[in-house]
Ligand binder design. Structure first.
Ligand code: 5GP
Length: 198
């Protein structure tokens, strides 16, 4: 389970899209959200767009692996898809906010947690304005929380500075590759070798 998060505007979305383009077999969890679709966003591709009562019902039924309120809207990760994909042996990518990542870490301590940071707060602000998808009010809220969000970096396994998105995505791929060889994931090989010797 690969969890990519970081302050809004750090470039998580671009990096995750690059990972998905390069790894067609990577499972990608589509979140539910109560926020309105932005221009060009398609229901069931960008998000599953839901009403607040719908999401509350999903929460009550335990259908979300984690959820959080971000800038006045609910966001959550549907449980079924993630569990099925992991059980079938596929890697799954979650692009979620910090509150969500911390909830996932409690349930999936063996997950890989990557924190994407902007080169500077000025650059972060420039990116959010350039994106042009948020109202002035939302932009101010995003910027106000960015500095405090950065302090959560210590909870993650890796920090990637997103100066050039292609390079940052490449670094995440390198992390994924290295993580495959972690002893906790590969010790069974040694076991197998020892058993075969007898
Ligand atoms: P946006 O509205 O810009 O698409 O997303 C706002 C924030 O919500 C981003 O930081 C994004 O990563 C986060 N987010 C998207 N989906 C989820 C989710 O399922 N759970 C949580 N906790 N955060 C999410």
């Amino acid at each position: 389970l690969l969890v990519v998060s970081g302050p809004s505007g750090a470039g998580k979305g671009t990096i995750c899209q690059m990972l998905r383009d390069q790894l067609p077999d990577l499972g990608y969890s589509i979140s539910v959200t109560t926020r309105a679709p932005r221009t060009g966003e398609v229901d069931g591709e960008s998000y599953f767009f839901k009403t607040i009562p719908d999401v509350k019902q999903m929460i009550e039924k335990g259908e979300l692996l984690e959820y959080a309120e971000v800038y006045g809207n609910y966001y959550g990760t549907p449980r079924k898809y993630v569990e099925e994909q992991l059980e079938s042996g596929r890697d799954v990518l979650l692009e979620i906010d910090i509150q969500g990542a911390l909830q996932i870490k409690k349930r999936f301590p063996e997950g890989v947690f990557v924190f994407i940071v902007p080169p500077s707060l000025d650059e972060l602000s420039a990116r959010i304005y350039k994106r042009g998808t948020d109202s002035e009010d939302v932009i101010k809220r995003r910027m106000a929380s960015a500095a405090s969000e950065l302090t959560y970096a210590a909870e993650y396994d890796y920090i990637i500075v997103n100066d050039i998105a292609e390079k940052a995505a490449q670094k995440v791929l390198t992390i994924m590759e290295a993580e495959r060889y972690r002893v906790s994931r590969t010790y069974f090989i040694v076991d197998k070798i020892c058993k075969a010797k007898k």
